[in-house]
Design a protein around this ligand. Structure first.
Ligand SMILES: Cc1cc2nc3c(=O)[nH]c(=O)nc-3n(C[C@H](O)[C@H](O)[C@H](O)COP(=O)(O)O)c2cc1C
Length: 244
């Protein structure tokens, strides 16, 4: 099997498709943005990339504030709608029946139905090609009570978040591991493993590799190759040479 080359494009996936809110409580708008991400942890900084032709672009430029509202399966319709229709012609909050609540720090409202919102203040705008990048400090994070456990910890896995990939929306699948699990001690690694991937390659295992190989076909990479290794030992199968 080979690989085909394609002309340069924006096929980065999956991405979040967030609903960014701009303006203030009286005059607000929602724009769906997939070109977003994190710039820095400390200070916490993010960005949204917005075309100058968007109605929201002017509001962003005027106020230098926005809120990133994370989206869920339930918000999929609203997310798509807010990314198709312009606030120059329609009040998207009203049309979509979304609740508008006051944010804690910025004037731009928070969408009540969004499980988690990042309030942002723009510190710079960079102009690249088709989109302008509004880079911002995250000045507050608000989270719906329903996502907090008894200790006040945010359980985002309960939110039903969605992702955007190659023009389509997806519900997130099941958890397959947690941050750092590849470096955890084996017992902890096993505990953090929710479910092994399905044995898709089992049937294809070559007979000459024997029963053992077929048995192992569904064993995840780290169990197969890192088993017995300590700490952050590189994941290399015993006996193979570096670079192979
Ligand atoms: C899934 C999705 C992702 C989008 N991502 C972006 C984006 O990152 N930047 C952007 O400028 N427009 C993006 N758009 C298009 C805008 O959301 C769309 O043009 C919207 O109608 C603009 O609203 P406004 O004119 O009220 O500001 C996206 C649309 C969809 C459906």
């Amino acid at each position: 099997m080979g690989r085909q080359n394609f002309k340069p494009g924006t096929l980065h996936a999956p991405l979040p498709a967030v609903m960014a809110t701009v303006g203030d409580m009286e005059n607000s708008n929602i724009i769906t943005v997939a070109w977003t991400g994190i710039l820095s942890s400390d200070p916490p900084r993010t960005y949204i990339s917005v075309r100058p032709s968007r109605h929201s672009h002017k509001m962003l430029t005027d106020t230098a504030e926005f809120v990133i509202n994370l989206t869920t399966e339930r918000l999929a319709y609203a997310t798509d709608y807010a990314g198709i229709y312009t606030g120059a012609k329609v009040d998207k909050f009203e049309k979509l029946g979304l609740g508008k609540i006051e944010s804690s720090v910025v004037k731009a409202p928070t969408i009540a139905e969004s499980p988690l919102a990042l309030e942002c203040k723009v510190f710079d705008v960079l102009h690249f090609g088709t989109h302008d990048v509004f880079m911002a400090d995250i000045v507050n994070v608000s989270c719906d009570d329903s996502l907090l456990d008894a200790n006040g910890k945010i359980c985002l896995e309960r939110a039903g978040l969605m992702a955007y990939s190659h023009g389509e929306y997806f519900a997130l699948g099941e958890k397959i591991g947690k941050f750092g699990f590849s470096a955890a001690k084996e017992t902890k690694r096993a505990a953090s493993l929710v479910k092994s991937p399905k044995p898709t390659s089992a049937k294809k295992a070559d007979d000459k590799n024997g029963e053992k190989e077929r048995e192992n076909a569904h064993v995840p990479f780290y169990e197969k190759y890192v088993k017995g290794s300590k700490g952050r030992t590189p994941c290399r199968k015993k006996g193979t040479k570096k670079g192979k």
